[in-house]
Write a protein that binds this ligand. Sequence first.
Ligand code: CMX
Length: 134
Amino acid sequence: MLTKINHIGIAVNSLDSSIPFYRDQLGMTFEGTEIVEEQKVKVAFFLVGESRIELLEATAEDSPVAKFLAKNGEGIHHMAYEVDDISATLARLKADGVRLIDETPRKGAHNSLIAFLHPKVTGGVLTEICQCGH
Ligand code: CMX
């Protein structure tokens, strides 16, 4: 069961260039950066009420975010919804025939467990579900 929007992911060319706008101009609470090796990204999190904004910078040429930036430029990359039990949610979606990118959870930022649904079945929005560690 989805419990809230955990975060919105925004692909950027450079965290160093983008962080000051979100932190200083928009005044969001900056929570720091983290490299997520498995996803080949470096991320910066900002708290906004109960949700977060995640800025994503690619750490390798074959990162999904590098491919996204090359095709689209900077912009909204994914929506992430929080779930209580990611394995049960994935099993239910799989049983319903939903096209999954990840059939088993992967490691995300903040010790979370994450999995993606393909944008072709979500109205063009790359969709993440996460069981969060924060
Ligand atoms: N949002 C919406 N659509 C997207 C998309 C995105 N972020 N990324 C790709 N697409 C679309 C493409 O535009 C393309 O559409 P068309 O066929 O109409 O042209 C289609 O999906 C297939 O895209 P592709 O470039 O041919 O395929 P890729 O090899 O790039 O794979 C995807 C796309 C979504 C399967 C891949 O990026 C993926 O597995 N993503 C999940 C992992 C990820 O994004 N990790 C980074 C964030 C990690 C984190 O937050 O910690």
